[in-house]
Design a protein around this ligand. Structure first.
Ligand SMILES: CC(=O)SCCNC(=O)CCNC(=O)[C@H](O)C(C)(C)COP(=O)(O)OP(=O)(O)OC[C@H]1O[C@@H](n2cnc3c(N)ncnc32)[C@H](O)[C@@H]1OP(=O)(O)O
Ligand SMILES: O=C([O-])CC(=O)C(=O)O
Length: 401
């Protein structure tokens, strides 16, 4: 990073000076690579087929596809960093003191906030050691320390809330450790988790969670404070919570009309949702205008590994019907499914059935995207974000309305 950053600083300064007034957009790409390209090019676990999230992190940080050895180094580094035991007050908090009714996303935010005590960035700032040139280094350490322990923290929330036990596992990549801590040993589930944690990392920087991390970080709040804020944004039903909402919506459909609904029953159920003034979870998108490529790659995974799963078949049936209904409804600019319309179905298949936990998985993945961006924000010394705010009266006066 120390070698890459100076050149990038110059490059971006020149680019902004020359082209800063143009507007841009290019769908979902990670450093220029599409989701299928990432799936193909990023290193896999031995015997595995899905990308290791560590590789995506490396790609987001450096702009280059890592070698298997480079990815291994990250896995080992994160494993080492995770060996510092979680603070006992955090373990007490999560395993004894939070009420079972507190949503797992709120528990995650509390846990990240509790870890903020470890921030090297905040400590260095307090000691007057931080300047624009070196601040990325402190952010880098905090980010890697936080990412390293997130699986442990998230799994502790899971085990406590649902009365589960960790599994004995000698898989040592980041997602593999997470699967074991969650109590899963099925190699297919671990592969699914590697894919899940790779594809949920980011979607440009403008989505609510990543942008919140960026915004809060722009005040030089440290990576723990910034990430906790982003997790709160992800917990909203129009964003990451749609992950859980989709499944609840589908299960309610099954409860109301049985396990094998007809096309007409699904159509009626969609209209009931829309006429009640609610959104159809998992459909629509703020910027995409076609089926989300993350939906499609999860669909491919299902077609390969669980083609006969009843919930997958229902998902496919809804895929046929919902876009037509949404088009007829005429409001949404994008009637096609997004990433959240598929993930829960896969997790259900492998026995991770606790829907209100799903967005925590999303958050663990989002840490890679949003926090790698945060390191770059500090490396490029981006300024504090501050959109202008005016009253409606002032706007009217200024535009002569
Ligand atoms: C990882 C992610 O965050 S992916 C998104 C996850 N969220 C969901 O799946 C929730 C369902 N979808 C939605 O609510 C929306 O499509 C969003 C929040 C994702 C995008 O919102 P917008 O950018 O405002 O979408 P858009 O410009 O198409 O909205 C136009 C209108 O269509 C409505 N609309 C959009 N999607 C849907 C939907 N799935 N069901 C019903 N109505 C919808 C909007 O509510 C809005 O209505 P309004 O004019 O009465 O205010
Ligand atoms: O881009 C968005 O607004 C929502 C999304 O898909 C994501 O955050 O992954």
């Amino acid at each position: 990073m120390a070698e890459i950053i100076p050149g990038r600083r110059e490059e971006i300064k020149a680019l902004k000076a020359e082209h800063g007034n143009k507007s841009l957009g290019e769908g979902i790409r990670f450093r220029g690579l599409t989701i299928p390209e990432c799936r193909e090019k990023l290193p896999k676990a031995s015997g595995g087929e899905e990308p290791l999230p560590e590789g995506l992190f490396y790609l987001l940080m450096t702009g280059e596809v890592p070698t298997t050895d480079q990815v291994k180094l990250i896995s080992e580094d994160w494993k080492l960093r995770a060996q510092t035991p979680l603070p006992s007050y955090l373990v007490e908090l999560l395993s004894k003191n939070v009420p079972k009714t507190l949503h797992p996303m709120s528990q995650l935010t509390m846990a990240v906030m509790a870890l903020q005590e470890r921030s090297l960035f905040a400590r260095a700032y307090g000691e007057g050691k931080i300047n624009k040139n070196n601040m990325w280094e402190y952010a880098f350490e905090d980010v890697n320390n936080l990412i390293a322990v997130l699986p442990q923290v998230a799994a502790l929330i899971y085990r406590t809330r649902y009365g589960k036990k960790a599994a004995d596992s000698n898989v040592s990549d980041w997602a593999g450790r997470f699967a074991g801590e969650l109590g899963f040993t099925d190699a297919k589930f671990t592969e699914l988790l590697r894919l899940y944690l790779s594809i949920h990392t980011d979607h440009e920087g403008g989505n609510v969670s990543a942008h919140t991390v960026k915004l809060v970080g722009s005040a030089l709040s440290d990576p723990y404070l910034s990430f906790a804020a982003g997790v709160n944004g992800l917990a909203g039903p129009l964003h990451g919570l749609a992950n859980q909402e989709v499944l609840q919506w589908m299960l309610k459909l099954r409860r109301e009309v049985g396990d094998s609904p007809s096309d007409q029953q699904i159509t009626d159920y969609l209209w009931t949702t829309l006429k009640a003034g609610q959104v159809v979870p998992g459909f629509g998108h703020a910027v995409l205008r076609k089926t989300d490529p993350r939906y499609l790659c999860q669909r491919q995974f299902a077609q390969k590994h669980l083609p006969a799963d009843p919930l997958f078949r229902l998902t496919s049936q809804i895929y046929e019907i919902a876009p037509r209904v949404l088009e007829e409804h005429g409001k949404t600019k994008n009637p096609w499914p997004n990433v959240d319309a598929h993930s829960g179905v896969l997790l259900q298949h492998y026995g991770l059935v606790e829907q209100d936990y799903y967005t925590v998985l999303f958050a663990v993945s989002r840490a890679l995207g949003a926090l790698s961006g945060l390191i770059w924000d500090r490396a490029l010394a981006f300024p504090i974000e501050r959109p202008k705010s005016l009253t409606t009266e002032a706007v009217k006066k200024l535009v002569g309305a």
